[in-house]
Ligand binder design. Structure first.
Ligand code: 5GP
Ligand code: ZN
Length: 113
């Protein structure tokens, strides 16, 4: 499959990794939108949240707890952070491998653009 994030999981493309385990890879976004901007992805290819299935429940929960850990490790948990997943065209998704943006290091505004 011609998927950018699967190539990172395979090691063909080497992002700036901040955390990795058997299920997830976390790396810095190439075009950061905040002082801290990392992407959390499952190593398994899931296209987006609309593609996730009931059998992915544990994986999705693990990604959320990994976001908590990474936010703490990067020292941004107490000040606060935002976790975002963009799904399909209206969600603004550009890379079609499920990922969660963890943004921190500045005050986030609402509503998002
Ligand atoms: P989306 O727009 O799908 O929600 O998010 C895709 C994200 O992937 C964007 O924030 C974009 O900057 C990031 N991205 C795209 N290509 C690369 C790359 O080659 N390396 C890294 N580290 N991030 C990328
Ligand atoms: Zn993929």
């Amino acid at each position: 499959m011609d998927c950018l994030f699967c190539k990172m999981v395979a090691g063909d493309i080497k992002p700036d990794v901040v955390h990795e385990d058997d299920q997830v890879l976390v790396f810095r976004d190439i075009a950061p939108q905040a002082p801290v901007h990392v992407l959390l992805i499952p190593k398994k290819h899931v296209t987006n949240l609309d593609d996730a299935e009931p059998g992915d429940a544990a994986l999705l929960g693990h990604i959320l707890l990994t976001a908590q850990k990474v936010a703490r490790d990067l020292g941004v948990a107490k000040d606060g952070f935002r976790l975002v997943t963009n799904c399909n065209r209206n969600g603004g998704q550009t890379v079609y491998h499920l990922h969660f943006h963890l943004l921190a290091g500045r005050h986030m505004t609402w509503p998002p653009g």
